[in-house]
Design a protein around this ligand. Structure first.
Ligand SMILES: *Cc1c(COP(=O)(O)O)cnc(C)c1O
Length: 239
């Protein structure tokens, strides 16, 4: 366990250095960027160690793994983000522990999350997941709505009890015009964020960047980076 602790501490320090260097290069303050550690496929014991090491935001992408883990860690001062494609039949479980859902991408999911959040007496922050590999109003391979669908979803979230509109999220696309152009993709997300904030000034979160491309996300102006592998190691299985 102390070996694992040392490993996580060392990895975390390296990621911290990368974020700081990226902030310096971009002329941004370190406090402008929040690190979210993606703990998917890793055990609750790792989450506990990360919390002891000062991590305050964690993310998960599968409800069946996340729900028991969040239960085991309910004594820790953590903010839980849900970042995976979300089926409406999982919404009831997810709103019990998720402080934010970053993968909001269709009206049916918004109405279900709203109903379940109200029922659970919770307020859930929502990010619209933007698919930059989709047609304007279409949907992405890995979830997300095309840029043309943001406004409708944003207005729906903003008007839904139990939900709070917090901003936008994206995953750098593997196909389409932004394939291999992470920074350009993240810059496009920033433009979309600026447009969103004209109607919804408080929705100022921009979640972009993972282990491989957090520098490009910070350079583009992301407020949140989601880092898994670089902190926890290569995942033992797909997730
Ligand atoms: C797994 C995952 C991450 C983290 O990816 P790494 O490459 O391990 O840093 C970030 N965002 C989402 C949506 C993920 O599913």
């Amino acid at each position: 366990m102390t070996e694992r602790r040392d490993q996580l501490a060392a990895n975390l320090a390296k990621v911290e250095e990368r974020i700081t260097a990226a902030c310096v290069a971009a002329g941004r303050k370190r406090e402008e960027v929040t690190l979210i550690v993606v703990t998917k496929t890793y055990p609750a014991s790792d989450v506990r160690v990360l919390s002891e090491l000062g991590v305050r935001h964690v993310a998960e992408n599968k409800d069946q793994d996340a729900a028991p883990k969040a239960d085991e860690c309910s004594d820790l001062p953590l903010t839980w983000h849900f970042v995976g494609q979300l089926q409406t039949n999982k919404a009831r479980s997810v709103v019990r522990y998720a402080d934010l859902v970053q993968s909001v991408d269709r009206p049916k999911l918004v109405t279900t999350l709203s109903n379940e959040a109200v029922r659970a007496g919770r307020e859930v922050g929502c990010l619209i997941q933007v698919a930059l590999d989709a047609e304007e109003g279409g949907r992405g391979d890995r979830g997300g709505v095309g840029p043309g669908g943001i406004e409708e979803l944003a207005d729906l979230v903003a008007g839904s009890p139990g939900l709070r509109l917090d901003g936008l999220m994206t995953v750098a696309p593997l196909t389409g015009p932004y394939a291999g152009r992470e920074q350009a993709a993240f810059e496009r997300l920033m433009v979309l964020s600026t447009a969103l904030r004209r109607a919804h000034p408080a929705a100022n979160m921009v979640s972009a960047g993972m282990s491989a491309d957090l520098e490009q996300a910070v350079a583009a102006g992301a407020t949140h980076v989601r880092v898994g592998t670089a902190v926890l190691g290569v995942r033992p299985r797909l997730g």
